[in-house]
Design a protein. Structure first.
Length: 132
């Protein structure tokens, strides 16, 4: 059993995109569903589908690739806050990934959102991951 489900989620996406898979299937949780919605809204994945066919359920994510070069849209997806060392940031200290070209996903008291949304709502929280 894995101890960090978010790191497992990110690793499955990273491995599937580097292997060129079109769809990746991941065990579901509420936090993973919210992260998936953010990735879809920001244009990093093509589509997603939540299935409740088992006890836990699954998330099917259709990965997105460049039409010309066939490179994955997600160049890097990196876990920041880990179970052994949590990383928190206030609303003024939220990170900007690649000078605004990437996103940082933050878990706040108002829910999971990008760092840009958290900055506009003036809330801080735990920095979960960077995506670019």
């Amino acid at each position: 059993m894995y101890t960090d489900p978010i790191a497992d989620y990110l690793t499955r996406i990273r491995n599937a995109s580097s292997a060129g898979h079109r769809v990746v299937e991941i065990p579901a949780s509420n936090l993973k569903k919210e992260i998936t919605k953010i990735l879809f809204d920001q244009g990093y994945i093509l589509s997603y589908k939540f299935e409740d066919n088992s006890v836990q359920g699954t998330i099917k994510i259709a990965l997105k690739y460049d039409k010309v070069t066939k490179d994955p849209i997600i160049r890097k997806i990196q876990r920041v806050s880990k179970p052994g060392l949590r990383k928190y940031a206030g609303s003024n200290d939220l990170p900007r990934v690649l000078n605004g070209l990437g996103i940082a996903i933050v878990s706040t008291s108002h829910g999971v959102m990008t760092s840009k949304q958290a900055r506009s709502e003036n809330v801080g929280g735990e920095v979960l991951c960077y995506v670019y």
